[in-house]
Design a binder for this molecule. Structure first.
Ligand code: G3I
Length: 347
């Protein structure tokens, strides 16, 4: 059965072209493994005007030893993107996760700022001029950690205190003055107390960064959404986005996927509900002309992080992305086509 909105005699629409008419970049995260598969790269070339490496620019992979950087995998994606007229997001320069083992053994409060500055100078310097936007600091807020400022009690915070954030952004601005420096985080989008608290803490962080004149141009809404039978009304998200816009920041949807583990019904029914979530979310966020890019976290369900063995908490494969394991478009894809086609054009 063809998904709703699709016709048998019709070629699959191209999101990158539909987005271009709205001045909206559209794309997805890509792993190095996927980049070796021609069927996948054909689809990526057709659909994406922007890509982001899923893991390949993280510390663990790009900086495997104290004095050794390995740009092989990151370069492969940047080269592919340049050959196909796509922009590249950099992900990421400072995160508590996927740090190499040597870092834990070597970092001290005395040397951590230098290690951070050197890493950013080297990595952002290597890609300077070729990156649309860098996730400079990723996921620095964790309300559950109980600090009044909402910051995550990460290794970076323990080593350097809250100053690590300014250190990272200033180093990134120096290494690549052209990239849009982004703060990227999750659990910002949906309704409920947990999300309200996260939104407040992220806004507080962004306001402090502005006060301290830390260079930042954009917020990344990761958008790892959890589908439920009821759609959110997104009012709190709209208010939050308006507050972010008042700070003069652009907004990127950086890691969209929709977890269907709580939905019941057969795969067809779950796909319809996931598509409704895609449509509703994108219709709402794209009302904001500050949203300049939409990226999903992967293109196909088969390769989604949500289906990796250490993530999946149900015994059935999840169906969170716009294409199925055979690279066929799902209802979620057509919901993206519709929402982007109907969105107001960006400046
Ligand atoms: O490459 C090694 C492999 O050599 C080893 O044998 C294997 C055994 O565990 O691990 C492999 O590394 C895995 C890596 O993905 C590459 O596949 C890591 O274990 C695994 O933890 C890692 O997961 C990634 C995760 O970030 C790490 O935190 C996911 O692929 C990636 O999708 C996910 O992406 C994050 C964003 O960066 C930030 N926002 C949330 C998002 C989803 O968690």
């Amino acid at each position: 059965m063809l998904p709703e909105g699709a016709r048998a005699d019709e070629a699959v629409p191209r999101l990158r072209e539909i987005g271009m008419r709205k001045n909206l970049l559209v794309g997805s995260a890509v792993s190095y493994r996927e980049l070796q598969q021609p069927a996948f790269t054909n689809l990526l070339e057709e659909q994406a005007s922007i890509v982001v490496p899923e893991n390949e620019m993280k510390w663990q992979i790009i900086h495997p030893e104290p004095d050794r950087y390995d740009f092989t995998r990151g370069d492969a994606l940047v080269t592919f993107a340049q050959e196909h007229g796509q922009k590249v997001r950099g992900h990421n320069l400072c995160w508590h996760n996927q740090l190499p083992r040597w870092f834990g053994e070597m970092a001290t409060p005395q040397n951590a700022a230098d290690l951070l500055r050197q890493h950013i100078a080297k990595v952002a310097g290597h890609y300077a001029g070729r990156i649309h936007s860098w996730d400079v600091v990723n996921e620095a807020v964790r309300v559950e950690d109980g600090r009044p400022d909402g910051l995550r009690n990460s290794q970076w915070l323990q080593l350097l205190g809250p100053d690590y954030i300014g250190i990272a952004y200033r180093a990134a601005a120096q290494a690549d003055p052209k990239a849009l420096l982004t703060y990227n985080d999750y659990d910002i989008e949906q309704d409920g107390a947990k999300f309200d608290a996260k939104r407040a803490a992220v806004l507080h962080l962004l306001q402090r960064m502005r006060e301290q004149q830390i260079p930042i141009q954009a917020l990344g809404l990761q958008s790892h959404l959890h589908a439920a039978p009821e759609l959110p009304d997104w009012t709190a998200l709209h208010r939050f986005m308006e507050a972010v816009e008042k700070l003069g920041l652009d907004i990127f949807v950086t890691e969209l996927d929709i977890n269907d583990s709580k939905l019941t019904g057969d795969p067809g029914e779950r796909d319809q509900m996931v598509a409704e979530w895609y449509g509703s979310y994108l219709r709402n966020v794209l009302q904001h002309r500050s949203v300049k890019a939409v990226l999903t976290w992967g293109l196909t369900d088969h390769d989604s992080w949500l289906n990796s063995p250490n993530q999946r908490h149900t015994d059935r494969p999840l169906r969170p992305l716009p294409f199925d394991a055979d690279l066929k478009p799902k209802p979620a894809f057509y919901a993206m086509v519709k929402a982007i086609s109907e969105a107001p054009a960006r400046a």
